[in-house]
Design a protein around this ligand. Structure first.
Ligand code: C5P
Length: 208
């Protein structure tokens, strides 16, 4: 059976970095499930289709090819916004969760990161991590990243965006973002990603 590490948390908390580090360390397959929502949203935007039609969005989600997902192509702000809108639709979630569960069975193990992995996608995962940080710290990381890449950014706008996205993810009826009861909480506001990785590694080693 595949060994699953489920990682959840809000945007820019450090989940992705942690997930990649764990996958590399253990030779596990990694799926950033946010990309599945982003790719569904991009397919709708590219085709000039409405983001409000559940049946059309579901069709896009069912047709999604998990092997072609690339964060570089899907990172645009409008795509993230659109992704969080299609992510409230139950038929879209059902289609993507089915694909994510299939992925989670890959041997020898998998790391999935997102918003509902420990609660809905892989509730039986032997290791569940909930990675978070304060909205200020997360907005600051986004801001610093844009500046480091030579871009321009408005901190207040990013901060407002982080809070809106949190509200939408935590407030939706279907699969809201919340820690699984048995998740290990890692708050990266004060803790380095390295320290979070070591905490995660020790529980993985214990349960592997
Ligand atoms: O993590 P990322 O910002 O790429 O995710 C984009 C959007 O997809 C999130 O704001 C969230 O609404 C949605 N999502 C989700 N469930 C997941 C992963 C992402 O609803 N497991």
């Amino acid at each position: 059976m595949s060994f699953v590490v489920a990682i959840d948390g809000p945007a820019a908390a450090g989940k992705g970095t942690l997930a990649r580090r764990i996958a590399e360390t253990y030779g596990f397959h990694h799926l950033d499930t946010g990309l599945t929502y982003r790719a569904t949203a991009k397919a709708l935007l590219d085709a000039g289709l409405s983001l409000d039609d559940e049946a059309v969005a579901e069709r896009m989600a069912l047709d999604l090819d998990l092997s072609g997902l690339d964060r570089a192509v899907l990172s645009r702000h409008e795509i993230g916004e659109a992704a969080s809108k299609v992510a409230v639709m139950t038929p879209v979630r059902r289609a993507l969760v089915t694909a994510q569960r299939r992925f989670s069975g890959k041997l020898p193990g998998t790391v999935l990161d997102g918003r509902d992995i420990g609660t809905v996608v892989c509730p039986d995962a032997p290791v569940k991590l909930y990675v978070t940080a304060s909205p200020e710290v997360r907005a600051r990381r986004r801001f610093d990243e844009i500046i480091a890449n030579g871009g321009t950014a408005d901190f207040e706008a990013i901060f407002a965006d982080v809070k809106t996205r949190d509200e939408r993810d935590m407030g939706r009826a279907d699969s809201p973002l919340k820690p699984a009861q048995d998740a290990l909480l890692l708050d990266t506001s004060e803790m380095s990603i390295e320290a979070a990785f070591l905490a995660a590694k020790s529980i993985i080693d214990e349960r592997l």
